[in-house]
Design a protein. Structure first.
Length: 122
């Protein structure tokens, strides 16, 4: 049945409007958010100090995906103003994470350069 609806729909908004007969279950969404937060915190706490910089580089890549998604949400005029404002907040938070991650990674890499300035590692 859902494949038939997808074949009849000309855009993703029609698919969403055909299936959005009930409001979203906010308690389930909050539960998933809380579990993801606790799981992420549990993973990060157990990481060795030597691995924090490579892990931060990986999270920068994930934040870059969030940047692309938030740009799409913020720039589309068919979304309500409240959703577009949340998209801008997500864009700001993701860009802050990416920029600060690169700054910290650059600072960590400078620790391994020789003081002579030739740029070679120790």
């Amino acid at each position: 049945m859902s494949l038939l609806l997808l074949a009849d729909a000309t855009s993703a908004t029609e698919v969403v409007s055909k299936h959005s007969t009930s409001p979203p279950d906010y308690w389930s969404l909050l539960f998933v958010f809380a579990m993801a937060t606790l799981l992420g915190l549990g993973v990060i706490v157990r990481v060795s100090r030597l691995l924090h910089t490579p892990l931060m580089s990986l999270t920068n890549a994930i934040s870059a995906i969030a940047v692309v998604g938030s740009i799409i949400v913020t720039g589309r005029e068919e979304y309500p103003l409240g959703i577009r404002i949340l998209g801008f907040v997500a864009l700001f938070a993701s860009m802050t994470n990416v920029v600060s991650g690169f700054l910290i990674t650059d600072r960590m890499l400078k620790m391994f350069k020789q003081p002579g300035g030739n740029g070679e590692a120790k």
